[in-house]
Design a protein. Structure first.
Length: 338
């Protein structure tokens, strides 16, 4: 299925770039844009509508690759996106020379990581880069260029969270995942790496997986609405709690409990407008759902999506939490069919 999707999106990619895209537009070329953004390391729901999530990821891509940060997908943007997401079939970039020099300078620090296999006892600049990437991925590391027991222990923890062989040896596979997560984390993502390519993480079955950085990985067998809800939740997972946040506008500086759940449901196509927690007590169907369950009362609410709790209460490091809480005093609802 994954191979078929990749072939389909690549074949339809010829339409991307024929028109300038911006927020509010929709169509097949927007779907291709969203697919390419995801493959470039900016997880984006592929729905064909250029909404706030797509806009945010377009701007993050622009910022990372020194393009004008205007949220507009024009020819230079498409050239660079193709080069990053699909380098074998990419056309030559038309980005100005001065911009290209800036990009080379910004990535030069990591150019040696991956040239050799690193293990306990290794020393050098590539070990310093490894330690820097571990730190950016959420594994606090002393950057001293010496691969000692502490670095080995953190490498093993990183490999375990990413379902890589837990060897403590930094090979090509470990470097590839580490670069994607570390680069995304340094670009200012909202959840310590919400922009990294989630396709690098082995998708679980039946239940979402919670990563060490607070992001959730959707189950491979989940309906698309559930995957979209998780992708949207990742976007705001570590945004600050702001009373009333998410009710005046979708793209807000912070979100309260009902604003958070409303955001996830909205971008999954399950809710048109944000609602206060009390309104969710009569929302959709009574009882627990197979994939999504809402718990609400007049003062608080949260959701359980594919087995993970999405809740502002107890959020650390993000709203996604694997532990459950008592539902006494909460009305239980779920969207029809889910």
């Amino acid at each position: 299925m994954a191979v078929a999707l990749l072939i389909s999106s690549t074949a339809s990619g010829a339409a991307l770039g024929r028109r300038t895209l911006k927020q509010g537009m929709s169509g097949q070329d927007v779907r291709v844009l969203q697919d390419f953004l995801t493959r470039a390391g900016f997880a984006t729901p592929v729905g064909g509508d250029f909404g706030p999530i797509t806009l945010g990821n377009v701007k993050r891509f622009e910022k990372r690759y020194a393009l004008p940060v205007d949220g507009v997908v024009d020819a230079p943007f498409v050239d660079k996106l193709r080069a990053v997401a699909d380098p074998k079939n990419a056309t030559k970039t038309t980005t100005p020379t001065s911009t290209a020099k800036t990009r080379v300078k910004s990535t030069a620090v990591g150019r040696h990581l991956g040239d050799r296999v690193l293990r306990k006892g290794s020393r050098g600049q590539d070990v310093r880069v490894l330690q820097d990437y571990l730190d950016r991925a959420g594994f606090t590391t002393t950057v001293d260029g010496a691969f000692g027991p502490g670095t080995e222990r953190l490498v093993k923890r990183f490999q375990s969270t990413q379902e890589l062989p837990v060897t403590g040896i930094v090979d090509a596979a470990t470097v590839a995942v580490l670069r994607r997560i570390g680069d995304a984390g340094s670009a200012g993502s909202s959840a310590g790496g919400a922009d990294f390519d989630m396709t690098t993480i082995a998708a679980p079955v039946g239940r979402a997986k919670l990563l060490a950085n607070g992001l959730a990985v959707a189950p491979s067998d989940a309906p698309q609405e559930v995957k979209d809800a998780i992708a949207a939740g990742n976007e705001i997972a570590s945004k600050p709690y702001v009373y009333g946040g998410g009710h005046g506008k979708w793209n807000d500086r912070g979100y309260d409990c009902s604003g958070s759940v409303s955001y996830a449901l909205h971008f999954a196509g399950l809710l048109d407008e944000s609602m206060p927690s009390g309104s969710f007590t009569s929302w959709e169907q009574p009882g627990r759902g197979q994939w999504i369950t809402i718990y609400a009362n007049g003062g608080h609410m949260y959701a359980v999506i594919a087995g993970l709790r999405f809740d502002t209460s107890g959020a650390d490091p993000s709203r996604w939490q694997s532990d459950m809480r008592t539902n006494d005093g909460f009305t239980v609802r779920h969207p029809a069919g889910l």
